[in-house]
Design a protein. Structure first.
Length: 557
């Protein structure tokens, strides 16, 4: 077939290879980030997470990945500024991909979850400036993206914190919490699946591809004919999803309870697998940078530690005390057996099955949002090569989305454990009920904003949802086993919060604020670091290319 710019073949090949590495690094960072809470809570093992990622990352990329891909290409750069230099645009896309890949690999091997969306957007902006076409960058959109550094985390923290407080009030604090959840989980699944259902109904490539005739054309015409038809599609999709999810949760949760499965034992296995040392409490881990008082209950005895400072010797003494309290093997076995009989533990086991559904929602929303990051620059290069600048904004081909989804799943399998260790095991202690809240909140936020074509960061949404849920202290239910080691954190003494009992359960003592601060700093630096690297790489590449091809001049900034 005829191509518009055959001289760009080397750029297409190079961009394809670099984009493959970018997709691998996204899988190792963002996909790992999406599964971190499911693994940290014990609901899934790493192998199970990889299996789910392979299936649903590819499925989500094919069904939903085109929307944000087009948004990134169209909203970050004005392609009309490169009408006289399509080859420069293609090389800029290649250099942007390389820059984002380098930054993501650095962050991944450092164990830091960073925004792949902001990595590629910053790289595109850096190339635009280095090319001498400063006006090609849509600076208003860049301003909105910078606002999202504050807006998205705040929304995620508030929504996730509120959702978990409501979940505690509605289910977890009930004397027969397992029975309440058993009869209402279908309603929970229906409510939390609404964003996914709407996304599937309105924003799939089936609704965007332009056809003049055939079955697909007839469906599009029928769908857009009335609001009643759209509502019918939403109801049908909802019914199909619930017909799959509800029986799965009932069967999986019931089988786990009958088999004596314990999320506590699964968490311990995960901690050993990832080399994480922590206390045996399933309730909370104390923040590494705060001083607070607490009670330690072991068996029927009680110890009160009045003040734990952040001095190394005191911290070491505290950790030694807590570890020695549960080291006896016979004690640990008795504790685990008694814990499995409690109603609250059976409830958490049922939530572990629900969290698998939540993880699927997160991974689909992730593939819808972040497949764009992996393939948007390469899709642009390919369209330039085949059709020229006029059609470079055409819809992303399905095979590019498929390749991007597959490479991201491979990246999770190869390198994802580093980010999983940071997000799933070090930020806060995650139980299945907390993990389900985190996953559904983060996934819903990403789906809603992605449907609007907003290139938001799924990393910001996920990590901030973990922070929001971590701010809520655990309840001491009526059937809590006295032989289970429990750390009870005293509620804040602020008189204002005393007027609202529900807010007494909000505290920063259960989250690792020091680690969250480090993560937040990497979020801010991501867009600048990737932009600077992209500009440098572009200047070097364009200089070498012009020197080899015999063309004079280098780009001026």
């Amino acid at each position: 077939m005829d191509v518009s710019h055959p001289e760009m073949l080397w750029i297409v090949i190079t961009s394809g290879i670099v984009s493959g590495f970018l997709a691998l690094s996204i899988g190792a960072n963002d996909v790992a980030n999406a599964f971190s809470t499911s693994i940290g809570s014990g609901s899934l093992k790493l192998r199970g997470a990889i299996s789910i990622a392979v299936v649903f990352e590819i499925l989500g990329a094919l069904l939903l990945g085109g929307s944000v891909t087009d948004a990134i290409r169209k909203r970050v750069l004005n392609f009309n500024a490169f009408k006289d230099a399509p080859e420069d645009l293609a090389m800029g896309m290649m250099c942007s991909t390389a820059s984002a890949t380098i930054w993501l690999l650095f962050a991944t091997f450092s164990g830091m979850p960073v925004s792949t969306t902001h990595s590629i957007i910053g790289a595109l902006a850096g190339f635009g400036v280095a090319s001498g076409r400063v006006n090609s960058v849509r600076w208003l959109q860049m301003f909105y993206i910078m606002l999202s550094w504050i807006g998205v985390p705040l929304i995620a923290v508030v929504v996730s914190c509120t959702m978990y407080l409501l979940l505690q009030e509605a289910i977890l604090k009930r004397q027969q919490s397992y029975k309440v959840l058993y009869y209402t989980l279908w309603f929970l699944l229906a409510i939390t699946s609404i964003p996914l259902v709407i996304f599937l109904a309105f924003d799939t490539p089936l609704m965007k591809v332009k056809v003049e005739e055939g079955l697909l054309h007839d469906y599009q015409q029928w769908f857009n004919a009335s609001h009643g038809n759209k509502a019918a599609v939403v109801v049908i999709i909802m019914a199909c999803l619930l017909a799959i999810a509800v029986p799965f949760v009932y069967i999986c949760g019931s089988m786990r309870n009958k088999a004596g499965w314990s999320f506590l034992e699964s968490q311990n296995d995960t901690n050993k697998e990832f080399g994480v040392k922590r206390n045996s409490s399933s309730r909370h881990i104390p923040s590494e940078d705060r001083s607070h008082s607490m009670e330690l209950k072991v068996g029927r005895s009680k110890l009160e530690i009045v003040e734990i400072s952040n001095m190394g010797t005191s911290r070491s003494a505290y950790e030694s005390l807590l570890q020695s309290a549960v080291e006896d093997e016979e004690d640990a076995q008795r504790i685990a057996q008694n814990t499995k009989q409690t109603d609250s533990h059976k409830t958490e086991v049922m939530f572990s099955a629900m969290q698998i559904i939540g993880a699927v929602t997160v991974i689909i929303s992730h593939s819808a949002n972040d497949t764009a990051n992996a393939v948007a620059p390469f899709a642009t290069v390919l369209m330039l090569y085949m059709h020229g600048i006029e059609k470079s904004n055409d819809f992303t081909p399905w095979y590019i989305l498929l390749a991007g989804g597959l490479c991201m799943a491979v990246g999770l399998a190869l390198f994802g454990y580093r980010v999983i260790k940071t997000v799933g095991l070090k930020l806060t202690r995650v139980t299945p009920s907390r993990g389900y809240t985190i996953d559904t909140t983060a996934g819903s936020i990403v789906l809603v904003l992605s449907q609007l074509g907003v290139p938001l960061s799924s990393t910001h949404s996920a990590v901030s949802s973990i922070l929001g849920v971590g701010l809520v202290e655990n309840l001491k239910t009526q059937d809590s086993n006295e032989e289970v080691p429990v750390i009870e954190l005293k509620p804040p003494s602020n008189k204002f919060w005393a007027k609202f009992p529900i807010f007494k359960r909000i505290s920063t003592k259960g989250v690792n604020l020091m680690l969250y601060r480090k993560i937040f700093v990497t979020w801010i630096t991501t867009i600048f670091c990737s932009g600077i690297m992209s500009a440098i790489i572009y200047i070097v590449v364009i200089f070498c290319h012009k020197a080899i091809s015999g063309r004079d001049g280098v780009p001026t900034v």
